[in-house]
Design a binder for this molecule. Structure first.
Ligand code: C2E
Ligand code: CA
Ligand code: CA
Ligand code: CA
Length: 275
């Protein structure tokens, strides 16, 4: 309800009502969907530019509900972060990925998977213990897992001892961390020294402006060299064209992810794609 004095309710437009309605619907249906494991994961390959090998695949959540329709992650995740259901989503993702890794391993497929985590999940003091418990339960190798955290997450974590401690615990167990959305505007580098991060993923919006101006190219090149000089693996996300790919290759960027390589795919589809 907007606070502009007068009658608050009458200040809401028809659009506001519709939005509030959809959000309430989503929340209600999400509980149901999580209970029934009715969400899906797609996997998007990330390829090493030197060797052409698939370094890892990123797990991305998808939800198509019979009542509210498709709810894209950019709508779903913020709602789940706000109401706390992100914990259940995170658990669903972890369980699904562990089971998938086990299935792949049993068929001789040695893949490494990245999952996305929200800071709210790490604010739970037992996050790292619960996560490791799941990993062990599924007989999954923690070295096959990477957790992607956003720059915003990293900046906030800098001031939260318990989060740093949990990340270090997971790191010691063999799980690696990637700094996602690198370059989107949180210019503090202190967290890079504090957090056990081993790779940087340059944000798609930055990569997509690579061909636009020479200054932009120089800036991206600077980001790649900056990362590499600090021994981070540097990945570019959202690579869509050959021109972008070649520019990144010339900059010695380690790996790329994007439609030029492959869209996010279902596990079976990915297996076919790998052949
Ligand atoms: P992200 O982690 O930055 O993921 C990359 C997004 O870029 C994905 O969108 C992917 O489908 C899209 N993408 C990949 N290659 C290309 C490309 O070449 N061009 C373009 N235009 N887009 C590309 P998606 O799947 O819609 O996910 C959006 C965001 O939602 C993710 O951004 C991530 O922050 C969040 N998210 C997705 N799944 C999860 C999850 O399981 N947990 C959490 N906490 N967040 C998630
Ligand atoms: Ca990501
Ligand atoms: Ca990203
Ligand atoms: Ca992003």
């Amino acid at each position: 309800v907007k606070d502009r004095g007068g009658s608050a309710i009458s200040m809401l437009t028809a659009d506001d009502h519709e939005q509030l309605n959809r959000k309430a619907q989503i929340e209600k249906r999400l509980i149901h969907a999580l209970d029934r494991r009715n969400l899906q994961l797609l996997y998007q390959p990330q390829v090493n530019l030197k060797t052409g090998a698939v370094e890892r695949v990123e797990a991305l959540v998808r939800w198509n509900d019979s009542e509210v329709g498709i709810v894209p992650p950019n709508e779903l995740i913020p709602i789940a972060e706000e109401n706390g259901m992100i914990h259940e989503i995170g658990l669903f993702v972890l369980e699904t990925v562990c089971a998938q890794l086990k299935d792949w391993n049993s068929r001789g497929l040695d893949l490494h998977v990245s999952i996305n985590s929200s800071i709210r999940e790490f604010r739970d003091k037992d996050m790292s213990t619960a996560l490791m418990k799941q990993v062990e339960l599924h007989g999954c190798d923690p070295r096959s897992l990477t957790i992607e955290i956003t720059e915003k997450f990293a900046l906030e974590a800098e001031a939260e001892r318990s989060i740093i401690r949990q990340m270090q615990q997971l790191h010691q167990q063999g799980i690696s961390f990637t700094l996602d959305d690198f370059g989107t505007g949180y210019a503090s580098f202190r967290y890079m020294l504090l957090l056990p991060i081993s790779s940087l993923k340059i944000d798609r919006t930055i990569i997509q402006s690579i061909t636009r101006q020479e200054k932009m190219q120089k800036m991206i090149n600077g980001m790649v060299q900056f990362g590499k000089s600090l021994d981070f693996q540097v990945t570019a996300e959202g690579v869509e064209t050959n021109e972008q790919l070649e520019l990144l290759r010339a900059m010695n960027c380690d790996s790329i992810q994007g439609y030029i390589i492959g869209h996010p795919m279902e596990a079976r589809e990915l297996e076919k794609w790998l052949k």
